[in-house]
Structure formats: structure tokens, C-alpha cells
Design a protein around this ligand. Sequence first.
Ligand code: GLC
Length: 536
Amino acid sequence: MTDSKRLWWKDGVIYQIYPRSFQDTNNDGIGDLPGIISRLDYLQQLGIDGIWLSPINPSPDRDFGYDVADYNAIDPKYGTMADFEELLDQAHKRKLHIILDLVLNHTSDQHPWFIESKKSKDNPYHDWYMWRDPKPDGSQPNNWESLFGGGGWVYDRQLNQYYFHMFAPQQPDLNWRNPAVRAAMLDVFRFWLDKGVDGFRLDVFNEYYKHPDYLDLPKRKGFYPRKFEQLEHIYDVSQPEMYPLVRDIRKILDSYPDRYVVGETYLADPAHARTYIGSDRLHAGFDFRYLHSKWGAASFGRAIQYWDALHGEEAWPNYVLNNHDTVRSTTRYKADEADKKTRLLAAMHFTVRGTPYMYYGEEIGMRDITLLPTELQDPVGKRYWPFNKGRDGCRSPMQWDASAFAGFSARKPWIKVHPNYPKRNVAAQVEDPASLLNFYRELIALRRASPALSRGKIDLLPLYNQNLLVYQRAAKHEKLLVVLNFGSKPEQYPLPILENGRWGLIFAGNLPEKSQINGATLHLPAFGFGILKKQV
Ligand code: GLC
């Protein structure tokens, strides 16, 4: 495939950076934009096409950037607008695209709109948020809850009203039914598009609209310890007004060349998430069944089959194994130190039909850190520890080298570095031809060079046994077979018969123990895999 025909968000790989934790250059212990710029060559060599930045707008960090105090500015802790323009420019020079995270369901309680909105009921900004009167007995307006716990409503004595927040109390939800809010938000898209940003990730976007009558949510059947899960979320999420809105967002994006928007659906199953994707809607949405899959061929196979079938020919899936809200896949699946299981997952992740997303440090096999209760930073962990330890574990500093603080910063970072950094770091892995990092590079390069892998259709073959996940990928002049052994024992797989041609093994990884073809059988070591190509 020539580069000119490539569609970056479709054929390429997207890499998520959590800016606080990627690279610090001013030694305040927090990552910054100049730090990201200094690592663009590294990212280019990895072979990715797009970078999704978790929020970089000014934020009091009650939810680390997901509480925005100004949509059209850069938080000084990350740098200046000039730094951001430099990042865009330097990224574009390397054919890397920049995706910004837009958090438009709620603002920070420090946003000037909310500060105004609290002043009085007749303030022009009052109706920008979800203010409601108490019930006659003074209690909260309805039974809605916050996902982060502690009730969904906060009482304001001066106004004698409550405001609603789906997340932390410092993240008041906006009233998207107010046309001024809708218009202001669409202007946020235009502002960043005009700067040259390539795309957006929409945070919990199907949460923007709530039912206009604020009806009580019905109770769910079954036992759930948390109040939030005890409710059927039919009025506080996924309201029909979202469809015209995604169409309007898409129209704005389509008025600029090659732009992209991906949405994070909230409390929605894959079939519902799919309804927001299409040529007049979002380009893509996230699927969390794959990310939440248990280890095993059948479980991953089902998630892929379902998500792929939902997309069909008309849309393009994407896949995520790691992000800033989830325990890293290495920790989740109890990865071995030789990274055999991690390589197997990657072999699947980069060969399914769809855009692979990666999360910083995934390529060197970073693990979650373990925090003491006093070290917790995430509001979720602070509230629910030890039942839910929060999301700090996957947000530790990027491990660049074996120097103090892993080369992330010259001083103590905002969150601790994983103690395995002296061994597990970029500098060490660059040098080692058999490292996980070099495995990722080879795999991404293979995907890039192969029309079947980057664009072709996928056919999952019937489950041969509980351990083997097998699928074919095919483009016009290329047919591939991918065989993945999720088992801890060697396996044999009889290769499908080809009428004209034979299967040749084109990739089995960079560890000494590899899969091999013997006659018409593929022999796979424990957690081994093979990518085979039809040869004529
Ligand atoms: C999304 C983000 C998460 C954040 C929440 C509220 O789920 O991924 O990090 O806490 O929205 O903005």
C-alpha cells in the first residue's frame, strides 16, 4: 500500500498518552508537552499513526484533566499554546496525527460558567447546568446517583437548589438541552480543528443528554452493593437527542480534510455503541467487551466476532486492550516475565480487523503499580478502596531508562514509578533484539506492509479447541491465517487445505521458541502463535 492511499485512523495504529505520566521536562514531577515533543521520534519509530492525548486543558485535577476549567486553553502545567502548536507541527512533520480528548458532559466546578451559574437563578449561565429545586420535603430532586459514589446531587444553600453530577461533585454536568451550551460546545470543535488538530476522542458522550423530566430511575433486579448499580439507567444516559448531535459534530469534522472522531460510550453495550457509528455519525467507538474479556480463545473470539459483525462492511471497528481507566493487560492477565502472554495478546491485537489502540508503556510491558491507601490519587480509589482500588495503578510514569525516576523526571514524580523500571525500560529494550518493544515494532511494521492485515476482511474459523483462536484475513492479493495459542501447553493445529498454494509462516515473533510448520500441521509452543501467508 502506498502511503498516499493510507487513511491514518483506519489503516494505522493509535497510541494513547496520559500526559501527566509520559515525560517531564521542567522537573515539576508532571509530564508536559515539550516532553511529548522530545519523544516523537521514538513514537515514529514504533510505527504508530496517531496520538490520543488525555485532556491537556486547564484543570484543577479533581479527576486529572477530566474536569476542565477552560476548553480553549492549555493547562500551564503542560505548557503553553505555543508548545501545543509546536507539538502539532512536529507531529505532522513525522506523519503523526493528534487526537484531543474532549470532556463535554461536565466541566470543572472551577469553570467560569459554573461559577457564574451558582451566583443566582437569573444569571445567564444558571441554566447551563442541571440545577433543580428540592422536593417539597427538601430532599434531592430524584433518585439519580453518581458513578463515583456519594449521591448524584449537591445542595447549594444560597440557591436552595441541587445540581447534578454523574462523576465527582467537582464535575457538574452541563445542561445540553440549553441551545447556548450546545452551540458553545460545537465551537470548541471548531476552535481546535482550526488549529490543525486531526481528531477527537469524546469522553462519555452518550451521557450528555438526560431526560427532560428528570424521572426517577427504576430499580434493577438482583443484588448490587453500590447504589449506582441498583438502578436501571434509562433516563440519565443514551437519550435520543444524541443522534442529531453526532450528525452535527460529523458535519463540522467533514468540513475539514481527513479528520476523525471516536466516542467513548458510557453504560452501553456494543450493539448500542454501534448505533452512534456511521458515515454520518462518529467514525468509531470503543468496545469494552474485548478489553474486559477473560483470558482464553473462546472469550476473545466471541468479543471479536460480535464487534466485527456489528460493524459489517459499512463501518470500521477498533480494539483497545489498555487505557487510563483499566488495570493494564499485563497485570490483568498475570503476564509472565518473558512476556510470552503479552506477545500473544499483541499478535491478536495487531492482526484483527480494526484500528488497534495502544496505551503508553504497553509496548515495553509496563505493569500496574501497587499503592498504599495514603498514596491514592484517583477519586474512585479514594472512595472505594479496598473494594475498588481506583485507576492510579495504570498511570505510573513511563519507564524510559534505568536512571532515577526512570528517566521520566529529575525529581519525585506525582505518582510513583514501578519498581521494575531498572530492568523494564525503553533504553534496555531498544538494545535487545528479542525485547517486547522490538516485537511490537516488527508486528506494527508487518501490519503496515500487509493490505490484508491493515484493511482486509476477517473470518474467524470454528473453535478447534479451547486454546486456539484462529482467523483468516484476506485482501485482494493476499490471504493470511493467524493462529493463537492461549494455552500454557504446546498445541498442534492442522492447517486448512489450500487448493492452489501452501501456507508459509511469515511471523512467529522474536523469542527463540517459535511456532513451526511440519507437513500440514502448525506446531505452537505454549502461548505461541503464527501468522501464515498463502504462497502460490
Ligand atoms: C471517562 C474517562 C474517565 C473519567 C470519566 C469522567 O470515563 O475515561 O477517566 O473519569 O470519563 O470524565
